[in-house]
Design a protein around this ligand. Sequence first.
Ligand SMILES: Cc1ncc(COP(=O)(O)O)c(C=O)c1O
Length: 362
Amino acid sequence: MRQPILMIPGPTNLDRSVLEALALPAIGHTSGEFYDEFGELLALAASAFMAKKEQMVVITGSGTFGMESGIATFLGNGKKVLAIVNGFFGERFAQIAEIYGSKVRRLTVGDGRSAGEDELARALSEDDYEAVLMVHSETSNGVLNDVSALARVAKEKGVYTFVDAVSSLGGVKLDFGSGLYDFVFASSQKCLAAPPGAALIAISDELRSVIRSGTVRSYYFDLGRWVDIMKDPKIYLTTPAIPNFRALRVALKNLVNEGVERRWERHSMLGRTAWRFSDDTGIRLLARDRSPTVSAFYVGKGAPAIKERILKDRNILVATGIGGERDSVIRIGHLGLTDKRLMDETLAAFSEALRSVAGSSP
Ligand SMILES: Cc1ncc(COP(=O)(O)O)c(C=O)c1O
């Protein structure tokens, strides 16, 4: 069967070197070979976050592991949390905080906008918050929150900043070394161009110092258990997804070889290509403050048929909207390994499909 080219917002197409790492013979998780590779993986992950190796945690799981472990470890049990909600994943972050007993207030931001510094400052001054939650690149609608500006506001108020960087890390500037952030998580299957299966987390020294292992009402999500394993992966906690970690290590090497800044710039170019396409065709983007890694186009209706048409004609897979927007939105993920040629081909296929699918006019 012909494999489609992935232009969904993750998982992404994989480089041959990454596929080869997935196909290596099995090794044990307590072997010297895995131990060495894991150490290297942490150092490479730190480069992608611009963090220190000692601040990194990499665990078998998906992006949601990062989200839930951060809440479970630091923010449950009545802690006051301000959640910026610009879309589906911001809402998920808030919901998980509620499940763990945080007192959550939502700062809901509509119209495809990033939260503003003033509105965040105002909201934070209304109560004594422990943390603010925000999504860097809101994959459901392509909104980009200006996380460095927002984190600066939170820092001034002495509030921890938790950032979901699942569809931004590696694709949009995020400098953990700036000291603005306390908890940032990403996953392997987006801009890092590795297979799904690993959550990558950076924890600030200040936040790490409040970890009290064993006080959390979860086993797997208690990061206190995991930080020791990062120092010595020979200690058994759970069995890691070894092939995924080996593939992630190669994907991160590829990222470092490309250059972190250069990868941001490539994504920025892809974003500009999508925005120019929207200007030229009049197909509206849901986002006003736009992520360079994912674009959500409003097509009115018939999105599933448009998606099928693109797949049939060009063997390219795009995504429809999430939840209530399934029928009216096409989402294109321009992340990971995507280059200008594939981006242009995808956008050409999209406008052809729009024209050919009866009844869908934006
Ligand atoms: C912004 C964002 N946050 C969280 C998630 C959840 O990640 P996962 O599906 O890897 O659990 C996603 C997944 O697409 C995402 O895009």
